[in-house]
Structures are given as structure tokens and as C-alpha cells.
Ligand binder design. Sequence first.
Ligand code: NAD
Ligand code: UPG
Length: 511
Amino acid sequence: MSSGMPTSSCTICAARKKTNRWSLDGTDSDMVVKKIVCVGAGYVGGPTCAVIASQCPDIQVTVVDMNAEKIRQWNSDELPIYEPDLDGIVKKCRGRNLFFSADVVTAIREAQLIFISVNTPTKTYGLGEGRAPDLKYVESVARTIAECAGGPKIVVEKSTVPVKAAQSIAQILYAAQRDNPRLSFQVLSNPEFLAEGTAISDLLKPDRVLIGGDQTAQGLAAIAELVSVYEHWVPRERIITTNTWSSELTKLVANALLAQRISSINAVSAICEATGADVREVAHAAGTDSRIGPKFLQASVGFGGSCFQKDVLNLVYLCESLNLKEAADYWMGVVNINNWQRRRFADKIICEMFNTLSEKRIAMFGFAFKKNTADTRYEPGSRESSSIYVAKHLLEESAHLCIYDPKVPADHMIAELSNVSGSARVAKQVFVCNDPYAAAKNAHAIVIMTEWDEFKELDYARLYASMMKPASLFDGRVMLDHNKLVDIGFYVHSIGVKCSRPQAHSVRGPN
Ligand SMILES: NC(=O)c1ccc[n+]([C@@H]2O[C@H](COP(=O)([O-])OP(=O)(O)OC[C@H]3O[C@@H](n4cnc5c(N)ncnc54)[C@H](O)[C@@H]3O)[C@@H](O)[C@H]2O)c1
Ligand SMILES: O=c1ccn([C@@H]2O[C@H](COP(=O)(O)OP(=O)(O)O[C@H]3O[C@H](CO)[C@@H](O)[C@H](O)[C@H]3O)[C@@H](O)[C@H]2O)c(=O)[nH]1
């Protein structure tokens, strides 16, 4: 099916000319991609289609979802997700060439190109439980397309899937094609690399766009059609085309490599704490080697989000299925270190607070898995924030948690924590606060969980004054000026740096 070699742009152009564009069934046709539908109006589908619509005024883009409430929100002033700059783009294009609809069937029937952008969470049951991605949503979309396509379609898997998922989608579509000669399908892989919080800038200026497809004339023609969509705003040299399996595997590998860097620096952070080295200095000095680079070396409470853990586990499962035990163990180590780092941070809090948190009030600053997103893990099993796990450990120690996050809604936090700690415990021990000063009042410690910029600007002297003494601050993002905090009187503990304690004489007296 595929050559295994990246497809050159010339081959793609030639395929486009030779096949007279978009004549996947081999018939002459001058039909071009005029209508795109994206199935799945989530973090990927919504922003991606908003950007496509804004950059391709000649294309009509419809985003559909089986969740009618989500579609209602996309059509309202309150979008269902928070992303910087998303609002403006949606409002500019909505009703012009960007539409949100719950009518999946009509949109699929009318479009020439269909993005599948549905969720692919880790399986929570049966074979591959806890490792393999659950492809039930992808399969259900493939079946809907098979039922209602009505004509030739380019089907693009944008969801993150295991290698060979395109083959499963194709199998469903080709079965329909056999029964109906008017149908013809090409399945492409076009994984998404956007990160939450920077989705719009990532989409507008991607490092690369990756498109994989069959290395047949029809496959190359379909690739060329999708290339022509991205070429509206992405320089051609940034659009990489490969065979389908390389594209699918690259997505998993890219996330595994990024997650591996974080686990590497987090493992180093433990060595720093034990030796007196400073993880910030080590990361900076090591990262200045151009072969290593400075990015993704920020020590933290562990990576969170909907992708890293899920996709590394996906890769682990793939290795296991291929009987590559050593490779599976290697990648599993990335997840194990991440869980260890979360536990290590929670244990540090407990140990430094005299080994008991019973009845102690802890102010938790930040709940989102990273700044500039409100995303936690609202649908259980999908969005991992390290805050959830650290909070769970602290609640087990009978702490009272007062949580402040500038974006995550209170009901999301309560739902997340109830899911891991039980609603009775959460009702008794968790309080969501509207501002950080209220959260810190009478607290024994502040715990920084998310690197929101506003946490750098807080009046820490004011916070300190309102807290119980001795007052501790646990900087899980290594983001604050620790010397300044110590001068105020805080006992400062962080990750990968030594603990900073105030000198007895410099501690401000009780307020
Ligand atoms: N979130 C990210 O930052 C990110 C980035 C790159 C890739 N990805 C990948 O992209 C995919 C989508 O992720 P997401 O974060 O957008 O997920 P999401 O949960 O935010 O959105 C998925 C949407 O698909 C809808 N859906 C599911 N089955 C459907 C069906 N049969 N018909 C119609 N709608 C259906 C759901 O209702 C939901 O609204 C996943 O595979 C993910 O791994 C995510
Ligand atoms: O040096 C670092 C960098 C990140 N993180 C944490 O890692 C997690 C993930 O961060 P990031 O990668 O910025 O966000 P995601 O939205 O999860 O994006 C990742 O996952 C997406 C879904 O597959 C991919 O598309 C993106 O390319 C990939 O960066 C967050 O908890 C961050 O706080 C660190 O702890 N240290």
C-alpha cells in the first residue's frame, strides 16, 4: 500500500494534476473541496475549524457534534471552551463560512471532506483496559459516514489513534462502497499537534502539518486536496506528507518524546533536591546545547492534560501488542515517573507540615493542568490534571482544601475531585474560592499547582499576613521568587530546588 518514503511535494502536485483533482473514483470531475465537515466539536474540532474557516473564505466549514448542548454553546456568546483569541475568530466567521450544527447526517452528505475529530480516551474496560485507546467514537463516526455519505468523500482522521486505525475506518467504508457503486472513499491521517492554551497560534503558525495517505494515485490525489486546504496559510515546506502509518505513529511518538522530556527533568529534580543542585540551573545549562534545546524542561508537579498520558499508554499498548516488551517498559517508565512525581510532591507537603494535615487548611492555587486553559478532566477518564491527584492525597490526610483557579468552574473541580475522592469527603473538605486571598485566609500553606501568570503578581505579604504561622508555600511550578517569599516569612518548598527557610530574626511577627 505504501512506499514507506515521505512523499515529495512534486509527486503530490503531479497527482493533483493527473487525477484532475478530487476524482477519487477515477472519473473526470472538476469538483474541488468546497465544503468541509468536522465531526466532533471539542478542543480540536472547534478551534481547528474556526481557523480553517478564517483562512479559507472559499470553503464552507461545518462542525457537528452529537452533543446538542455543546453545539448550542458554540452558537452562543459563551463558547464551550476557553482558548485565547478563539472568541474573536469564531465570531468573525460564524454564519459566514463557519457553522455549528447537530445535524450530523446532512453535513456529512453535503461535504467533500470529512474530519473525524472525536475523543479517543484510554479504554476503561475489557481488552487493553488502562492502556489501549477506546475507538468506539471513531468507529461510530465511520459507520455514520458509511450510511449517509451518498457519494465520494475524503475522510480525514484528526483524532489521535493507534497505528492502523485508518485501516479499520477504511474497512467499514469499503464495505459500504461494495454495496453502493456511487460511493468512494480515501482515508487520510492528519494528526493535530495544537496544545491547549495556545491552540489558535499553534493552528495559525504550525511547526508542521502532517498528512499521511495511501501511496496510490487516488491516495495521492486525496493528500493533494488536503494539502491545498492548508496551503491557504501554511507554507508548503511545512506540510509534510507521508504514508498513513508513519503519520499515525508520528503523533504518538511526538507526544511520547515531549512527555519523556518532562519525566526526565522531573526525575532530575529529585536528584537536585537530594544533592543541592538547582533544577532550573541544570535545565538551563543542559538545554543550551542546541542538540538538547530549552523547551519542555520545566520541572513540575507532573504533566497533565488529555493527551500525554493517554498517548504514551497508547504507544505502550502498541509495543506490547507487537511483543516489544523492552520498548513497552521504556515508555511506561515515562508515565510511572509522572505518577511518582505527583505522589512525591504530595508527600513533601505532608512531611514538611509535621506529618499531619488533619484539620489544616491548605490553599491550592490553580486546578487546570496548565495555564490559559480551563480544561481539567470534566468527563471522567479524559483530562488529567496533576491537581486532582495531589488534592486526592491531601484529602486522604484529612486536609481542608481551599481551591482557587481563575478559569476552571467550581462544578468542574467538585466533579473531578468527587470522582477520585468520593462526594462525601469532597463536600466536607473542599471549598472553592473566588479569589486567592480568600483561599489563603487562615491557611497553613499555599500550594501552587498551575503556572497562571497572575500568581506571580499576587501580594504575598498580604497573603502571609492572613495565614496561620508558620506559613509554608509549596511552589509546584518553580515559578516564584523564593528569596522574596522567604524575606516575607514563608517556608518555601519547591521541586528540584532546596527548601528556603526564613532566618528566625527575619520572620515577621504574628499579625
Ligand atoms: N485536546 C487537545 O489539545 C488535542 C490536541 C491534539 C489532538 N487531540 C486529539 O484529538 C481528538 C479529539 O480531542 P478533543 O480534545 O477535541 O476531544 P473532546 O472530548 O473535546 O471533543 C470530542 C467531541 O466529539 C464528540 N463526539 C464523540 N463521538 C461522536 C459522534 N459519534 N458523533 C458526533 N460527535 C461525537 C463529543 O461529543 C465531543 O464533543 C482526540 O483523539 C485527542 O487525543 C487533542
Ligand atoms: O516543560 C514542561 C512543559 C509542559 N509541562 C506540563 O505538561 C502538560 C502538557 O502541556 P502541553 O504539552 O503544553 O499541553 P497539551 O495541551 O497537553 O499539548 C500536548 O498534547 C497535545 C495533544 O496531543 C499535542 O497536540 C501537543 O502538541 C502537546 O504539547 C501540562 O500539564 C504542562 O504543565 C511541564 O510540566 N513541563
